[in-house]
Ligand binder design. Sequence first.
Ligand code: MD3
Ligand code: FE
Length: 201
Amino acid sequence: MEPFPDLPGFRHWPGWLEEAAQASLLVQIEAALVVAPLYRPETPGGKPLSVRMSNLGPLGWVSDRAGYRYQATHPETGAPWPPIPSGLIGLWNDLGGGPAPPDACLVNLYRGDARMGLHQDRDEADLTAPVLSVSLGDTAVFRIGAAGPGPTRSVRLASGDVCALTGPARLARHGIDRLLVGSSRLVTGGGRINLTLRRAA
Ligand code: MD3
Ligand code: FE
């Protein structure tokens, strides 16, 4: 755990998952993505995101012309999202996710020059519950700053890293500036998968 005195509530565990654990988690995620294919959400303004997304669990985060929301079904197939692997629930319990289990796991795939602009995550009903992030594959240059105006800092998120956003960091502004393409060989076809475990409802 690295301390970030300027960002209370942000915790980072570099290399928390060893390579074998990363690989077995990825096998489970890739199987789930056969059931719930990655797709390209659109912003409410109608622009496709550069990140491809899917979800696991009772609820999934979606974006389209109607806005941002959580819903129980895949927007393209209409099927329920597949379950969250038990190992991820264990990670939530071990790393301070809280008493209620996560009910949503957003899967983000970054390839090439995919990025995610600075934003806050505030579509969840209970903003006191933490968010837990697991990174797999290529290293990302992650940007984070406290909620509201002020400086941001850059943190590299590598394969196997886990971070938790709790307390004041739950409403931090954050985004992905870019990938270090080719820094990992884990993900089939290259790139980076980020998993975020959340309490949506
Ligand atoms: C800080 N994902 O899915 S993970 C997202 O790497 C998202 O795909 C990025 O931002 C990614 O919303 C960053 C780290 C992260 C996740 C959730 C957070 C940081 C956060 C929620 C609140 C504050
Ligand atoms: Fe986010």
